[in-house]
Design a protein around this ligand. Structure first.
Ligand SMILES: NC(=O)c1ccc[n+]([C@@H]2O[C@H](COP(=O)([O-])OP(=O)(O)OC[C@H]3O[C@@H](n4cnc5c(N)ncnc54)[C@H](OP(=O)(O)O)[C@@H]3O)[C@@H](O)[C@H]2O)c1
Length: 305
């Protein structure tokens, strides 16, 4: 089986490739960061005209997982045109090209499509109401994908893990500060459902394997505040949770507005998969084991220095 991963240098892409490289033939699309990865890399800018079709015709993958995006909320506010190209137009193009070639597609979206005003959790039937450029362009991307290619999977995710830069995920933010005994803030009024990125990758493969299609919430089954998440990391790594100061996101001075409630129900996905999604503490244990086994150093060794 050939699995084509766009955005393979990103937080999801690199961990997806690492997780699945022994099970599938992985072909990753990268703009030039990865020089010595143990899987095949095609060096391309996906915004180049016609490149998506060229890659698909050359590789002829069984599955495509689209992890490429402009996923930095503040960059999206500063460059809405680029956000639209990467988060809406590119997914549309990939969805159309996959449909024409009968290639199965999983497209990655975000929990941030909701404005967070609801009490309790959001299901797939709740109407999204994006509050920033990132969320709006991602939501438009979902619609574009499912309009072009109704058999595609669209997964709204939230994940953490080790990244190439060492700074991409919230877990790394807490780990980096805690390990230097630096004080940091954790938002008490932003609720989300973190999942270890390797669990995200394994679940997407199950979804592809079982022939699921359409919109799914794919996040951790346990909701918590970002502050609580930091505390959980501190405890697991046996570091000082008192270095984390509880704070409101309203006083954070961020460019892009954030939703306060990103609690998503995963019932539809667990029902259709016929199993529970991986729980938070198992994922956190694996994140810690990865650290002990130098997994972060391993994936970072794949990149250009
Ligand atoms: N991180 C989270 O918790 C989270 C939460 C919700 C949703 N998501 C969604 O999950 C998906 C993956 O996110 P991530 O955190 O892995 O993002 P990321 O770390 O920012 O990775 C984005 C990837 O897209 C690639 N890319 C951007 N522009 C490109 C271009 N013109 N041509 C080719 N590749 C390009 C980047 O390549 P370069 O390295 O060359 O820039 C990078 O590999 C995204 O759809 C995101 O919206 C993530």
């Amino acid at each position: 089986m050939k699995l084509l991963l766009t955005g393979v240098s990103g937080l999801l892409g690199i961990n997806f490739a690492q997780e699945m490289m022994n099970e599938f033939e992985i072909i990753g699309v990268d703009r030039g960061k990865l020089v010595s990865a143990p899987f095949k890399i095609l060096k391309h800018d996906l915004l180049e005209a016609g490149i998506v079709e060229t890659i698909l015709d050359k590789v002829r993958p069984d599955w495509v997982v689209n992890c490429a995006a402009l996923a930095d909320l503040d960059l999206c506010e500063n460059d809405p045109e680029l956000a639209k190209l990467l988060n809406t137009n590119l997914p549309r193009q990939i969805a159309r090209a996959c449909k024409e070639r009968e290639i199965t597609l999983a497209h990655i979206s975000t929990d941030a499509v909701f404005d967070g005003q609801k009490d309790g959790f959001y299901g797939e039937d709740d109407s999204p109401s994006p509050i920033g450029v990132y969320a709006r362009t991602k939501l438009d991307g979902e619609w574009a994908v499912l309009t072009e290619n109704p058999k595609a999977i669209v997964a709204r995710v939230n994940f953490y893990g080790w990244s190439l830069s060492g700074r991409r995920s919230l877990a790394e933010f807490f780990y980096n500060n805690l390990s230097h005994s630096k004080s940091m803030s954790g938002f008490t009024d932003v609720i989300f459902c973190p999942m270890l990125v390797n669990d995200t990758a394994r679940t997407i493969v199950k979804m592809l394997d079982r022939g699921l299609k359409g919109l799914y919430h794919l996040v951790g089954p346990q909701a918590m505040s970002k502050y609580q998440f930091g505390v959980e990391i501190a405890r697991r790594f046996n570091m000082s949770e008192s270095d984390i100061t509880p704070k409101s996101v309203n006083f954070a001075g961020l460019i892009a507005k954030r939703s306060n409630n990103l609690w998503l129900s995963t019932r539809k996905l667990s029902t259709d998969l016929g199993e529970d999604l991986p729980n938070f503490s198992t994922g956190l244990d694996e994140f810690y084991t990865q650290y002990e086994q130098s997994y972060p150093q391993k994936i970072r060794s794949y990149q250009q220095r």
